[in-house]
Design a protein around this ligand. Structure first.
Ligand code: SF4
Length: 356
């Protein structure tokens, strides 16, 4: 999976040049050929990817597809804040077969608390306009909704506000945080506010008469509990399968690492002179390829370590031990996983013993 992003804090150009798009496309093609891949995922995000404009987006997707050739499926998508999502963009995405994910934090009150325009106005109404258009007229392009958790918002109301757009999938993201910069609302070391919030939604989602949408975090946890692998990075011990390409062509790790310290995602590699296989030799990438052997501290003996996987890598950062230890959300992760284990395990047992 290749993600393209911008990082304004590094004073990088906000748009990728055509020369860099060419270098990037050649690197992807080289990697695809070296490993005999039949499909790849290309995600354009930011910042805000729609600021690049429809021409550059179309050029980038076309350049990558041309470079890898017709035998390789390029699943292209954009992850947008939705403010600029209009008919012109959606028509273009339809022509290109580009799927669209939109960031929305639930109700107007919950969303506008954090997501504001430069003039201070909340962006909820603009996002709703774009999202409604996507959902009603281009449902085949709708990739899902990304919602960052704020435990001040009512969880079920938040979930039901998202369900109103009939998303095929919802990603609930824990807020940025680590042991140096703790996430909000974790003042009491015995409390589990994030697990409690997510469990309220799990009960609503799992208890529905039909599955109204996929919630990737819950689906991943259930899959892992049953012996499978996770699709994302939030849980599990699957190898990291994604690199980020910045607008200047720098090759980086996941954007989530930005919360650890300035420059944390950097690798020092660049699409102009480094292969993606070279990037795999970077120590931070190596530890994210070796599964359970990379866990440290309390995670090594934790009974849910194969499901939790120490949580999101960025959430483990500690001023003294680096990433060698449990997630700052450890207690929440443990509570959420053991709760889902209990509920699903009870239902499987009931089914096998004829009680359902
Ligand atoms: S629940 Fe805590 S100790 Fe267990 S694997 Fe996750 S972060 Fe590590």
């Amino acid at each position: 999976m290749y993600e393209m992003a911008d990082q304004s804090w590094r004073n990088q150009p906000r748009k990728m040049s055509e020369a860099t798009v060419g270098q990037l496309s050649a690197r992807i093609a080289e990697h695809v050929e070296a490993h005999g891949l039949s499909s790849i995922q290309l995600i354009l995000h930011g910042g805000e990817p729609l600021l690049a404009g429809p021409e550059l987006i179309a050029h980038t997707v076309a350049a990558v597809r041309q470079a890898v050739g017709p035998g390789v499926a390029v699943g292209a998508s954009v992850q947008t804040n939705g403010v600029r999502l209009d008919k012109a963009f959606l028509r273009r995405f339809d022509d290109l077969g580009v799927r669209v994910g939109v960031s929305l934090d639930g109700t107007a009150t919950g969303h506008d608390r954090h997501r504001r325009r430069p003039d201070g106005r909340g962006s909820h109404s603009a996002v709703v306009t774009g999202l409604s258009l996507l959902s009603a007229e281009y449902p085949h392009l709708f990739g899902g909704i990304l919602c960052t958790i704020d435990v001040r918002n009512d969880p079920v109301r938040t979930y039901e506000a998202l369900l109103g757009f009939q998303p095929p999938a919802v990603d609930f993201l824990l807020p940025h945080g680590n042991w140096v910069h703790p996430p909000p609302f974790l003042p009491d070391p015995a409390a589990t506010p994030y697990a409690d919030w997510l469990i309220a939604i799990f009960d609503r989602w799992y208890g529905a008469r039909r599955q109204e949408t996929e919630i990737r975090l819950f689906a991943d946890i259930i899959h892992l509990l049953l012996g499978g692998e996770s699709a994302g990075e939030a849980v599990g011990l699957a190898p990291a399968r994604m690199v980020v390409i910045e607008t200047d062509g720098g090759i980086e790790q996941s954007d989530t690492l930005k919360a650890a310290y300035q420059g944390a995602p950097a690798t020092g590699f660049h699409v102009a002179h480094d292969t993606f296989d070279n990037v795999l030799l970077h120590p931070s990438l190596v530890v994210r390829q070796i599964g359970e052997r990379a866990l440290g501290g309390a995670c090594l003996t934790c009974p849910v370590r194969r499901v939790c996987g120490g949580g999101l890598y960025a959430h483990r950062y500690h001023g003294e031990r680096g990433f060698d230890g449990p997630s700052v959300f450890c207690r929440d992760m443990f509570h959420l996983i053991t709760y889902i284990h209990h509920v699903v395990g009870r239902d499987v047992a009931d089914l096998l013993e004829g009680r359902r």
